[in-house]
Ligand binder design. Structure first.
Ligand code: 6R9
Length: 589
């Protein structure tokens, strides 16, 4: 069905040749970027594309709830990001200040994200599904100075603003200006004065750019700090893994609150001047297919949970739409099961290509490449220039034997790698094996004798393909989103009925995992259906719908280690029907 298209060589061409003598400089060549030129991701994704003569080309093809549709060119992207950049300068935001973007996937999210970068600010995108507590923890950690939001979501900001002394500016970018409270600003970029030219902040490669919060096993979420140098990793992987070309119409289904939605839903594709589609409305298979058909989407980057939902609705539904425009499909976020790859070949005539990476890595690290054999169920091979390996689970020695299970690790030094966990140098250092106790962050990111350890388990086959086994920690992956058990447990014990709590992931057909919690109740409280609903809603509102437990189990007491840590892994093993084994091996204190 797609034979003519397959004859076109992929951007990557020969994987082996690309690996041979690899240099990240090739990314600069792809963007025709010369040393000494202005470095700024915001400008590279807008002004620079216009300067190549593509000002009239569609940059953003957008659809919202109902029948809302808009198309913006790269000229519009330049103009509207300038508008936001100027606004921020006018209100006194300085380079390096954190500016949070807290909105649905409306066009202003994309304009403001680039605008923040253009003026040298640090863009901190957060899911607007977050409740006030999730929001507060992340704004407090970042010392965020301004938040850009909409009338729909500003209520959550109001609840917490008094506890956030650094948060000086709350600006509403969409909605009804008359509903604002004292001290809140309103800015609608499309009705504001046009800002044709803006003096873009000249970033250094190490200038902070984007701050993404990600959940770990212990403690509150950590802020992974990225820098402008990341562009080289993002642009090149977009070209070689997602195979984007000048005439592509690309759809990344991820929200920019998640790193996939910024690295590959903003930065990579727009740096290459590619047209992107955004659908800001809930998921239904029919709506997604209609969207692909209407916009003639050619390259589609999505996640296994969505793919499994599409599978559930069947090939017949897919067959009712004209999806022949599609030429390349890729997936990230969770294990992509072999059935999904085989199914997509049947349903769309094209397989999904699995890719593996993390918030911390900033760009794709392991992938199945276009035009090359896919081993269904495997994540593929390391990106050229990325030195990857597996480390023994206990000793952290490198494993060389095919088939052995170890921790996925990467030698530091790739451009998109995170440069810090904001305010937590010890945690940052803790991600590197072999690091001296006094190593500086700069040493850590450049010392190719170290390993950055991903926290995921995998094996490698004799041909160098990686096969995902599971996470090495207690983080819950629900529908591709990482949820920290500690965050859920901390929120649960704030509920008046709950004494102690443990959160784990339980198996789910579509989302891979959903949150299940075990709780002990305070004296005077009895388990009941009403209490269960109240607890679920409590978490949904405070944290997010994703963190909301799908099941609550009341227990007399929780299993603990000798030092009193809750044994989540024991609960998890029981839940998954895995061998609990010798309890002492589960204890990690
Ligand atoms: C981009 C992103 C990272 C974690 C990662 C792993 C899981 C990502 C995967 C995958 C199996 C894949 N993960 N891709 N697991 N197969 N292809 O997802 O970033 O939100 O930080 O999550 O997601 O556990 O460590 P992030």
């Amino acid at each position: 069905m797609h034979t003519e298209k397959e004859e076109v060589l992929s951007n990557i061409g020969s994987y082996e040749k690309r690996c041979d003598g690899f240099d990240w400089g090739v990314s600069k060549e792809i963007l025709s970027w010369k040393d000494g030129e202005l470095l700024n991701i915001g400008a590279i994704c807008s002004d620079r594309v216009c300067a190549r003569g593509w000002g009239d080309k569609p940059a953003l093809v957008w659809e919202g709830f109902g029948d809302k549709k808009r198309t913006y060119t790269f000229d519009d992207l330049k103009l509207h990001s300038n508008g936001f950049a100027k606004l921020l300068v006018d209100i006194g935001i300085e380079p390096g200040d954190r500016v949070c973007v807290f909105m649905d996937r409306i066009p202003s999210l994309y304009f403001s994200f680039l605008g923040i970068l253009k003026m040298g600010g640090v863009a901190q995108p957060l899911f607007c599904a977050f409740g006030d507590e999730s929001l507060e923890v992340r704004l407090a950690s970042a010392g965020t100075r301004a938040i850009l939001t909409t009338q729909k979501h500003v209520k959550k900001v109001r609840k917490i603003k008094d506890r956030l002394p650094a948060l000086e500016h709350v600006i509403v970018v969409e909605g009804d200006r008359s509903k604002l409270k004292d001290g809140e600003g309103f800015f609608h970029v499309e009705s504001a004065d046009r800002v044709e030219e803006f003096d873009v902040f000249p970033a250094d490669p190490e200038t902070p750019s984007v701050l993404h919060y990600t959940s770990g096993t212990t403690g509150q979420p950590k802020g992974a700090q990225h820098v402008h140098d990341s562009i080289w990793g993002q642009a090149l992987t977009t070209s070689w893994v997602l195979d984007l070309r000048d005439d592509d119409v690309y759809w990344c289904t991820a929200d920019p609150g998640w790193v996939t939605g910024t690295s590959y839903g903003i930065i990579g594709p727009w740096s290459l001047g590619v047209t992107q589609c955004v659908l800001d409305s809930g998921f239904t298979s029919a709506r997604w297919y209609q969207f692909i058909q209407d916009h003639r989407v050619t390259v589609w980057y999505s996640a296994p949970t969505a793919i499994r939902s599409l599978m559930r609705d069947g090939e017949e539904l897919a067959g009712k739409y004209d999806l022949k425009s599609l030429r390349h499909l890729a997936s990230v976020g969770e294990p992509l099961n072999a059935e999904a790859v085989v199914w997509s070949e049947r349903a769309y005539g094209l397989p999904f290509h699995d890719t593996f990476w993390q918030t911390e890595t900033g760009s794709i690290m392991i992938a199945n490449y276009p035009g090359m054999e896919i081993r269904p169920g495997s994540m593929g091979r390391p990106f050229p220039g990325i030195e990857a390996g597996l480390l023994d689970l206990k000793t952290h020695e490198e494993l060389t034997e095919p088939g052995k299970v170890g921790l996925i690790a990467f030698r530091p030094g790739w451009p998109s790698m995170f440069r810090a966990y904001r305010g937590e140098p010890e945690k940052y250092r803790g991600r590197f094996v072999g690091a001296r106790a006094d190593a500086t962050p700069d040493e850590l990111r450049t010392d190719t004798g170290l390993w950055y350890v991903s926290g995921d388990r995998s094996s490698i086959d004799q041909d160098g393909y990686y096969w995902f086994v599971g996470r090495d920690d207690d983080v819950i992956n629900t529908g591709g989103h990482l949820v920290g058990p500690f965050e859920i447990e901390s929120a649960l014990v704030e509920h008046e009925a709950i004494a102690e709590a443990a959160a784990i992931g339980k198996p789910d057909e579509v989302n891979m995992e959903v949150v299940k919690v075990f709780v002990t109740l305070n004296a005077g409280y009895e388990p009941s259906g009403d209490l269960e609903l109240a607890i679920m809603n409590f978490i949904r509102k405070r944290l997010s719908p994703l963190a909301m437990p799908q099941e609550i189990e009341y227990v007399e007491k929780l299993p603990k280690t000798r030092s009193g840590k809750i044994l989540r892994r024991y609960l998890r093993a029981l839940e998954w029907g895995e061998d609990v084994g010798d309890l002492s091996t589960l204890e990690d204190d």
